[in-house]
Design a protein. Structure first.
Lengths: 280, 268
């Protein structure tokens, strides 16, 4: 694998606790992401997954939250950085893709304008250079880059296309880490598998590490090298995908695995078997 | 489009076209005095008669309409821009900024609008040139009429600040200024348009109120307010019904605006 060597280096190392007022949301969470790996962060709604993502990006409201600990990214201590320094990292070194593609794109702006804004946030140059970068990004996510498409508003696109545009914006500056916060949860299964394939392709072709946050175990299994299980603000288990799925250690992980729906034939499913008998 | 809206649209187009063509329809102008025909009833030379110093009432209604229909949208534009700036920015910044903006707008809103307008105008010199009086009326309406719109815009901007696309743009590394101008302001546009159009009939009526009290546009320049002042001494409606032309015009225009704006109000 092209990026196997780089995977041995730690890209991000976090050890943090976050409180909203008096309510602890993350309790001494320890997380490491290696360069070029895809780490899955799994947990039910309200377990603190998005809070962790926002903490890494420095987007938690400082007045409402209290963050303790440290987040080391490359050579920087993120919690010690000023807003200006964090802004220089956001989008360039750490990018974010949110859950709902249509609400994550500005409904009042054309796609081209939004892509230009993302480019200009960390680059300067002529309009031609900007458009060249935009077209390259669009090609990398398998979207058309002609003027007709770029003139569209988000409401004129399908959900899958909108999600690809978001990903194009996120990978525009070749970030070292992409945080995908429930990025496939709002998609239908076919679009979901296409987006997962795209993530996998981007990971392999650019060596970009991905923090894949989801409560959908099937998608996590399909893309992640390692998985961390977050439960009530604590990482209760972390291991390789195979280890987590075949030999879960923690009670909560075992319950998660048991909750995965399985397709059984009528003969193997006692309930369906009795229903079939009653029908006869 | 419903029949009512079509009629409203036609009425507004007719009134605006007539006022725009005032120089052609009434070439003598609004201040020319026909001393031999003071207080004259309608005739083929003076379609709405003349006033007490012999000025052609039809010409004055046309020019007055022009001034009122220019002044109200100009004041509405000023008040909408102020509301966008103060309300939008305060809502976007949130926290103490939003609380302060809300407190200021509450203070303004606690005072009756017309009382505030009359009191503020009465504090200023009344013996000014007609042009200055137009400017003062425009500024007063614009500077005092932005608070309601600012409240609406503050709330809208506050909800935009926490929206997914602003969070996404923030995560892309955009500065606060770019976020405000590129992501918040374009999404305030529908509310701004609605507030602008809703303000126009309010300001038309407000200018008329000031004019009736002699605090609006100064003589000899006409406006609907100063033309309505003529009705002060009217004893009987039936005697000189043509004097009601400015009042009817005012009612038609304001009603037409209200009919056309019902959808804008829903958007706001």
């Amino acid at each position: 694998m092209a990026f196997k060597n780089s995977q041995e280096k730690t890209l991000l190392s976090a050890h943090i606790s976050v409180r909203y007022a008096d309510k602890p949301v993350l309790r001494a969470v320890q997380l490491k992401i290696q360069c070029g790996e895809v780490l899955g962060l799994v947990g039910q709604s309200g377990s603190g997954k998005s809070t962790l993502a926002m903490a890494i990006l420095g987007l938690l409201e400082k007045k409402r939250t209290h963050t303790e600990g440290n987040i080391r990214f490359q050579d920087s201590e993120l919690l010690q950085l000023s807003e200006r320094e964090l802004r220089a990292l956001r989008g360039r070194a750490i990018a974010l893709v949110l859950q709902s593609p249509l609400s994550s794109l500005n409904p009042a702006l054309k796609i081209r304008t939004q892509l230009k804004e993302a480019w200009r946030a960390h680059a300067s140059g002529t309009s031609e250079e900007c458009m060249t970068a935009i077209r390259a990004c669009m090609a990398s996510v398998s979207l058309p880059s002609d003027d007709e498409f770029l003139r569209k508003y988000p409401s004129q696109m399908s959900v899958g296309q909108a999600q690809r545009v978001l990903i194009a914006m996120a990978v525009m500056h070749r970030p070292a880490l992409l945080i995908a916060d429930e990025a496939t949860s709002a998609l239908d299964v076919i679009t979901q598998s296409e987006i997962l394939a795209l993530f996998r392709h981007l990971n392999r072709s650019t060596g970009m590490a991905i923090l894949y946050i989801s409560h959908d175990l099937a998608s996590v299994a399909g893309i992640c090298d390692r998985i961390a299980i977050l439960h009530q603000g604590e990482i209760v288990e972390c291991g390789t995908t195979e280890q987590i799925f075949t030999n879960p250690g923690h009670n909560y992980t075992q319950r998660l695995m048991a909750a995965i729906p399985r397709v059984l034939s009528a003969g193997a499913n006692p309930q369906r078997k009795s229903e079939a008998a009653a029908a006869r | 489009m419903s029949l009512g809206r079509k009629l409203a649209c036609a009425a507004l187009v007719l009134v605006m076209s007539a006022s725009a063509a005032a120089n052609w329809l009434a070439p003598a102008g609004y201040s020319k005095q026909y001393r031999e025909a003071t207080n004259a009833p309608p005739s083929h030379t003076h379609w709405l008669g003349t006033d007490e110093i012999g000025r052609d009432r039809f010409a004055r209604v046309l020019y007055g309409t022009r001034i009122s229909l220019l002044l109200a949208p100009a004041a509405a534009l000023l008040s909408t821009l102020m509301a966008a700036f103060f309300g939008g920015l305060a809502g976007y910044l949130g926290g103490a900024w939003a609380r302060t903006a809300m407190a200021v707008t509450d203070l303004f809103l606690s005072l009756p609008w017309l009382f505030l307008l009359i009191a503020a105008r009465a504090l200023m010199p009344l013996n000014v040139s007609p042009l200055i009086s137009v400017l003062v009326t425009f500024l007063l309406l614009g500077l005092l009429g932005w608070t309601t719109a600012a409240r609406v815009l503050c709330t809208t901007a506050a909800s935009l600040r926490t929206s997914d696309f602003v969070r996404q743009a923030r995560a892309a590394g955009l500065t606060g200024q770019r976020l405000f101008w590129m992501h918040v302001v374009p999404n305030l546009k529908p509310v701004l348009y609605a507030q602008f159009w809703i303000s126009i009939p309010v300001f038309i009526l407000s200018e008329a109120n000031l004019g009736i009290l002699g605090l609006g546009v100064a003589e000899p320049m006409p406006s609907w307010g100063s033309l309505l002042k003529e009705l002060e001494g009217l004893v009987s409606v039936g005697e000189e019904p043509w004097k009601f032309a400015p009042l009817i015009l005012l009612a038609v225009v304001v009603t037409s605006f209200q009919l056309l704006l019902s959808k804008q109000e829903e958007a706001a």
